[in-house]
Design a protein around this ligand. Structure first.
Ligand SMILES: *Cc1c(COP(=O)(O)O)cnc(C)c1O
Length: 441
């Protein structure tokens, strides 16, 4: 596909006469001309809806707004648009208005786990920093659908500073993940300022940016942006391709710029019914990503956000997809399939079962071909008693800055120095009864 093809020229000419390639590739022009209503969509795509359909669509857009960049629109195959993965990810469906009991406003409890505005602090050593409330394209499957379009704004310096202060005051935070909205909706110099402030915090070791710009607005990856990002290493970027059709000449060019700047690239996909719920599609996507130096990172089970039910697949579909990848293709094209725990428990990895059985001396495993095999455990193994006192241990960590924190969760149950024998959920009836019996266990 050429960088400015006939279809793109046609769309461009309808928006503005005498369009030049340079204007089409101007990301600000793309944002300014993003398609935000059904009528304009119909005009530019050449697709027309029946009046009854249009009414339903208008109603949907009232609740969950529409925004498609002219670039992303140009990727739709209008001859089979109903099944088109680009169309389905960007164009509203009346199914979005169907609510179920299990649908949640904020399924990942990101708002509850927010100690200060714009920060989600869920894990011990890393935070999500929402530095942009806006996107160029509104993904129909957005997990933060509740927020889409309601306040398209960029937090001001004072708001950002409050988040930075929080990170400064929490020395355990070593990884800051910038998300949004899309952080690349910020002007270069504003993003530069934020990255500088955060990397100057002594305990911050790495920064990450999550962005869909290479997919929906690849022209945003300008030489100036890349030169700015290059100053802030180690900086990792995760993007969000869901279908091999999204990898075009333009998106490849944007990925090349980032990779050439030495920025490690990852990709997070969402498993979406009717879009990519197919082992061959996910495998093809993985192959195309690694050709572009992008490492598949996560494959997400679709969240329980309001209006996403029609995108959800059974977990079995995800396991089937991972089964079709492990062993069958390069290890580094295989993402980790995860469910983001409703209620805010974080990401839970899901895998086919490979460990079939075990005894004290052997484990029984199966491989991707169905071959069942055995692995002999060592005849003798001297367990290393760990009391987290690394200075006394024969294994050498011996780093000056090797700070150690107490183990939590399952790690705590496995640890040697902690006497905890079980983790008991809150409001456990049996334990409550013990308390009432005067036992303060
Ligand atoms: C996904 C996520 C992270 C990062 O998780 P990783 O597994 O380290 O990529 C951090 N915070 C929140 C709230 C998240 O949802």
């Amino acid at each position: 596909m050429s960088i400015f093809n006939i279809k793109q020229q046609n769309i461009a000419e309808q928006i503005e006469t005498n369009m030049k390639k340079s204007k089409w590739q101007d990301w600000r022009w793309q944002i300014k001309n993003a398609i935000k209503d059904i009528k304009t969509f119909e005009k530019l795509s050449g697709i027309t809806f029946k009046q009854t359909e249009r009414e339903k669509l208008e109603q949907t857009v009232k609740k969950f707004p529409l925004s498609i960049t002219p670039y992303y629109l140009s990727l739709i195959d209008v001859n089979d648009y109903e099944n088109d993965p680009i169309f389905r990810q960007s164009f509203p469906s009346p199914s979005e208005l169907i609510m179920f009991k299990h649908d949640m406003h904020d399924p990942l409890a990101e708002d509850k786990d927010s100690p200060v505005p714009h920060i989600t602090h869920r894990y011990p050593d890393r935070v999500l920093f929402h530095i942009s409330n806006t996107c160029s394209m509104y993904c129909r499957h957005c997990t933060r659908k509740r927020k889409v379009g309601d306040r398209d704004s960029i937090p001001n310096k004072n708001e950002i500073m409050a988040g930075i202060e929080y990170i400064k005051n929490n020395p355990r935070i070593r990884d800051v993940l910038f998300s949004g909205g899309d952080p690349f909706m910020l002007a270069d110099n504003y993003l530069d300022w934020i990255l500088t402030e955060v990397e100057n915090i002594p305990h911050v070791e790495v920064m990450r940016i999550g962005t869909r710009v290479p997919v929906v607005l690849p022209y945003r990856v300008t030489d100036e942006l890349v030169a700015m990002l290059k100053k802030h290493q180690p900086l990792w970027i995760n993007t969000h391709f869901n279908h091999p059709r999204e990898i075009t000449a333009s998106s490849s060019a944007s990925l090349k710029k980032l990779a050439d700047a030495g920025i490690p690239l990852g990709n997070q996909s969402v498993l979406l019914a009717g879009i990519n719920d197919c082992p061959r599609i996910i495998k093809k996507l993985g192959h195309k990503l690694v050709q572009n130096r992008v490492r598949p990172y996560y494959l997400y089970q679709c969240d329980l956000s309001e209006g996403l039910s029609h995108f959800r697949t059974p977990i079995g579909k995800g396991i089937e997809i991972i089964e079709s990848l492990i062993g069958h293709t390069s290890g580094f094209t295989i993402p980790t399939y995860v469910i983001d725990a409703p209620g805010g428990g974080g990401k839970i990895p899901i895998m086919p079962n490979y460990l079939l059985s075990w005894s004290t001396h052997k484990v029984i495993l199966r491989n991707y071909e169905g071959v069942i095999t055995t692995y002999e455990e060592p005849k003798s193994y001297l367990p290393i008693f760990c009391d987290r006192n690394c200075d006394e241990c024969n294994l050498q960590l011996k780093l000056d800055e090797a700070e150690e924190y107490n183990a939590i969760g399952i790690e705590q149950l496995l640890s040697y120095q902690d006497d905890t024998i079980s983790l008991i959920p809150g409001n456990n009836e049996r334990i409550e009864r013990r308390k009432n019996n005067g036992d303060n266990e």
